[in-house]
Design a protein around this ligand. Sequence first.
Ligand code: 5GP
Ligand code: MG
Length: 461
Amino acid sequence: MFDGSADSPELREACGICGGVSLNPQMPYLTCFALYALQHRGQESAGIAVSGGEGQEIWLKRGMGLVSEVFPDTGELKQRRGKLAMGHVRYSHGEEGHHPENAQPLLFKYRHGQIAVAHNGLLLNGEQLRDELGKEGAIFQTNTDSELLAHLVARQGSADLEEALAAVVPRLEGAFAFVLTDGKRVFGLRDRHGFRPLSLAALRESGYFLASETCAFDTIRARFLRDVEPGELVMLGEDGIKSRQIMAAEKLSLCIFEFIYFARPDSNIHGINVHLARRELGRRLAREHPAEADIVSGVPDSSIAAASGYAEEAGLPYEMSLVKNRYIGRTFIQPTQQMREEGVDLKLNAVQKIVEGKRVVIVDDSIVRGTTSLKLVRMMRRAGAREVHLRISSPPVIASCRYGIDTPTAEELISAGRSNQEVVRRIGADSIGFLSPAGMLGAVGLPEDHLCQACFSGCYP
Ligand code: 5GP
Ligand code: MG
């Protein structure tokens, strides 16, 4: 379990996964496009596994960096013909995550052939399973949960991957979505609570495709069919889709941070569009925490939608006070605090002519450690802002995530054990306002008991 201790060996991941089957042998190329669309979910490593079909060896390429760095030549993928492919982009935190051997998909050979595995999430009982397998003599080459699942599958003994998964996946606890292939079919599955998203689409000509977010379907012009259900195993083959409930589904507990921060605005999760949800978060934030101000600005990119909703509701002009350098990744990725701080400086600049002499509302989607807000307020003041009012389109993050999102230990969370007055003093803004939990739930629109909000409440499903 992620307890935040420095020596905790697990990766804490919220990655992007995808994969599909088609009669058209361009799957490697399509999968690469889908990974481009999922790039915001992880910038640390990328990989694609391809199979030409039954009896063919699985080809794998994975490496550190962005999709464009690992696959600089899409021509290579165009030439690599295959009817089955799957891909992964990785987001990990902490220095132990920065190891090339953990790049996925992982490819294994066992007595019944090959399997490639990629996942998004975190197993709560990963350490315990690793211990058990280790005592039986298992050798590990990575510290990923994907490798654990491969070991369990190999030991289960069945030659049919469907049967093996149905037997072993119920042993996994935690938040996870997996995509796997044995070279004959592509498999997708979600944990029994559906913490991590996974959706299914039909490809234009023939075939099916799974992805963490629906924005990947738009990129490859696939037609969204439905979300994979909690506890469901979906199997894509040349003969169509098969589905099997391999674990009794618990109530859906989708991670609310997908709506707040993670997902791309053009994605829909369980029928809810992320951009519209964020705009509504901003509207409600304006009602709950109005400000005497001249202009409203968002922190690009994740809070633009909320800031536009705030401005609209408040009747204030939306202005671009901050410009983001597009060529720098998400700052959380940086393992040390100093690197994170430098990251913010590199990433954002204030537009002096816009903020000079103004009372500015800055809307951000969340405050975690407070690094970003502190820098933003200083930046605004340096640029001549008369007042800086911070408005946050989610409640204070007070608990570290057990399920793999990079919210650090409670000591590092600026709002844990601190009043908003103390937080605003540390950050140096003129005022602060966080959206209430009720406002957040109302804006997202899914039933309250279908969302995991443990980072805001400390109550884990
Ligand atoms: P802080 O700087 O307070 O530690 O984090 C808040 C900022 O990081 C916000 O601007 C938000 O957009 C972003 N953020 C919030 N949660 C996450 C996360 O889990 N991962 C990454 N990369 N960024 C996050
Ligand atoms: Mg941000």
